[in-house]
Design a protein around this ligand. Sequence first.
Ligand SMILES: O=C(O)C(=O)CO
Length: 273
Amino acid sequence: MGFADQRFNVNLSILFTELPLLERPTAAAAAGFTAVELWWPWVDSPTPEQSELDALKRAIEDAGVRLTGLNFYAGQLPGPDRGALSVPGAESERFRANIDVAAGFAASLGCTALNALYGNRVEGVDPAEQDALALENLTLAARAADRIGAVLLIEALNRPESPRYPLVSAPAAVAVVDRVNEATGLGNARFLMDLYHLSMNGEDLPSVIERFAPKTGHVQIADNPGRGAPGTGALPLEDLLDQLTKAGYDGWVGLEYKPGDRPSAEAFDWLSR
Ligand SMILES: O=C(O)C(=O)CO
């Protein structure tokens, strides 16, 4: 086994960002990829004009790539926001308004994985209140995902870069996955195992894989330190992905890393090594 045996897709919200959004799918195809994923591209707008959605859909179709993952509206990523669904008031309303738009867009491209970032803790608001709101919103999102035959992903981020995000360990994110599945009875909530974020939290990655591979609906990678391409840091990513395969994970692996001081098209040399 090895990198050659994995199905990689490119995250177009962190790679190829030197290009306008609509040019990124073609650039990913030119770099040899058949699938892409995206954070919600309109950071200020959970409900963009239909013409904007249509233009992105056309760009993805014309490039001949598949959209395999899409984040719901989550505010400004990778910061200062880290999601909207647990944030009472306007942000929660934006998330709710986005649910059907994001699910409709995903469905129009045959995308079957929707990632719902939880949101930061808000000072002065009881965490229990935020968690109750989150469960309500995640339940709505899971139902919308189910209507289009998709899974709802729940991701752990890392504490150093997202100190106010409450899901900063694999068990914490998986506990939310379980709560959502209990609430909906649908079973379509899954863990998004981002090996970079988990390693930043100091987690024992082989043991995370052993425990949680069966509940994992998507995997993302970047090396650590630096959130760069595999080989730029110290993570044994090839071995970890092999372990995931052996544990039964056969889904996509999202390349969610920064290209560094070079054009994104040159950030895939590790694949041919
Ligand atoms: O905000 C981040 O860093 C993410 O990984 C979002 O998916």
